[in-house]
Design a protein around this ligand. Sequence first.
Ligand SMILES: [Zn+2]
Length: 383
Amino acid sequence: MRARILTGLLAAGLFATPAVPVAAAPPTGLVAEVTARMHATAPAAAAEAATPRVNVDRQDNHWAFGTAVLATAPNSDAMPEGWLFVAHREGARWVVALEGEQAFADLSAKAPVVNESERALFAEQNGSQPEAQAGSDWRTGMALPYSVGHTWTMWGGPHGWSGTAAPWSSLDLAGGDQVVRAARAGTAYTMCKGWIRVIHDRGYSTDYYHLWSNINVNGAAVGQGSYLGYTGTDVTCGGSASGRHVHFGLRQNSAYVGIANHNLGKWVPQNGGAAYQGSALHGSARVYAGGSLYNYGALGFTQGIVDANGGSALNKRTGPGTGYAIAGSVADGATVSVSCSANGTTHTGRWGSSSLWNRLTDGTWVSDAFMWTGLNGPVNGYC
Ligand SMILES: [Zn+2]
């Protein structure tokens, strides 16, 4: 009856715009349970000072899914903490699991409020994928979070999601056209105002904060380079920003991880003596905090960046060792594609010693000691 009256009023031109449907209120107890779960998970200090912001994006009578954030005071040193959550009503109460907990993957696997592609992604976020374990495989397949071919300033080198706290997961990037883009394809969520999280494959995710005019999404597919927002100084949900930038954080297995030694846009960040210092390497080219980073785009999983360890070029050989004839050279910083690898003579480069040689797609060979591939072993199998 009410709908009929509204329709009649609209037809009569009494309303300039159609009424906006009001979202159903979350079931009683859900927000309280999510909040309790956050307080149980987050460090006590953060929990005390923080304001819970629970956004129930999807729900039915028995399931709920959304984002949960402990927002800190604007212009404080502490950054907000945030999780995706899934909840299942069991009897009279909601059982809540936060991103990073095994129960999150378990509940997501059967929750009708989680879609198939999310299920597959979430299953990779709990560390069950051996190739995604930190320490053995540093490949991300990520570009820097702005347009490929553009140059921005690395305003701050590796530092914590929350300032100086470990791990140093984050970079501050500024300048250029100010358009912040997804570092790799994935599924995007708006955690809080100015804060986007993109869940990627292989257990990785990336966070982007202080954005202006950011997309407002809940599980939207994004491609590498998709628009996320503009650099900004938004601190609505906590933290501080003394100038326009994106605070870009790397996560693996649902937790912040050190960004050093990973590869973004063919740059490999290196920690400095203190947070916000440090540098990034592209071959032998090193840019310190405050310098410019050209976004070369993502390094492929079977590619390497030639690192002549201070030299300008690397000899290519007709076989896997220095006993083979020279077959041209390849410049420091060049991207090469590996077809397969074999053991040969041992050499020591910037990243350590290796007897591995890589056969490139042009049939020539180079020592793996003079190449950043992100893996301490063959990236495309043995020949
Ligand atoms: Zn930052």
